[in-house]
Design a binder for this molecule. Structure first.
Ligand SMILES: Nc1nc2c(ncn2[C@@H]2O[C@H](COP(=O)(O)OP(=O)(O)O[C@H]3O[C@H](CO)[C@@H](O)[C@H](O)[C@@H]3O)[C@@H](O)[C@H]2O)c(=O)[nH]1
Ligand SMILES: [Mg+2]
Length: 197
């Protein structure tokens, strides 16, 4: 942490239940040189990793569908979200984490993935840094049904669909999860998956 415009940082924990809600009170030096006190709440739900699974021969991607409470209480009628496979690091490296999540959530066993982007998803209020990967899957790599870890209440549906269909769902707003939009657009810009229909 290095910024000479910040001093006297005080930290309180407002809630420490599943994840941690912190409150920081600090002094910030304005452009005119004067100092002002600022207060910022900051939700720490850990860093995470996400992956776009794609198959160039079939022209398909693998996505997940699950209930997301925070979206349900904010305009998402049934609360269901179509997303790339993702999870929180929980002490693992981003690559170790995403390989584990791919197996747990989708049932595919990959050994190689490529990190393509690192993003702060909501920098004004959430600490989370998200490592974004792409990974090529083959049918032979499917070793399990997926659906989420047994000890977690995830109830994840695995969706394999044509890449064009995923792009269409993004255009209609059926896909509106930020990490998923970023990775689908990454694949589109970099022509990872050809249209051979
Ligand atoms: N009991 C309980 N369980 C929780 C709570 N919050 C999350 N969980 C559980 O914690 C697990 C987290 O699953 P992961 O696969 O590791 O994470 P995720 O929820 O898919 O994704 C998170 O990370 C992504 C990438 O880092 C994010 O994109 C996403 O928004 C979310 O923060 C899930 O079983 C979820 O149900 C809670 O408040 N209480
Ligand atoms: Mg997950």
């Amino acid at each position: 942490m290095e910024n000479s415009r910040i001093k006297n940082i005080k930290h309180e924990i407002l809630s420490d239940n599943w994840y941690t809600l912190n409150k920081y009170t600090f002094e910030y030096q304005k452009f005119d040189g004067s100092w002002e006190v600022q207060k910022r709440e900051s939700y720490d739900c850990g860093d995470g990793a996400a992956v776009l699974l794609y198959n160039t021969q079939k022209g398909t991607v693998v996505l997940t569908r699950q209930f997301r409470m925070p979206t349900y209480v904010n305009d998402n009628t049934d609360g269901m979200m179509v997303e790339v496979c993702a999870g929180v690091l929980d002490g693992l490296t981003p690559k170790e984490c995403i390989l584990k999540e791919i197996l747990e959530e989708t049932g595919y066993q990959l050994t190689e993935v490529e990190q393509v982007l690192v993003t702060y998803m909501c920098p004004g209020s959430v600490t989370q840094k998200l490592y974004l990967f792409i990974g090529e899957y083959q049918d032979a790599m499917k070793v399990d049904a997926g659906g989420g870890a047994d000890d977690e209440t995830e109830n994840i549906e695995v969706l394999e669909m044509r890449f064009e269909k995923a792009l269409q769902m993004m255009a209609t707003g059926e896909i509106r999860d930020a990490k998923t939009v970023m990775l689908l657009q990454y694949a589109q810009i970099n022509k990872l998956i050809g249209f051979n229909s």
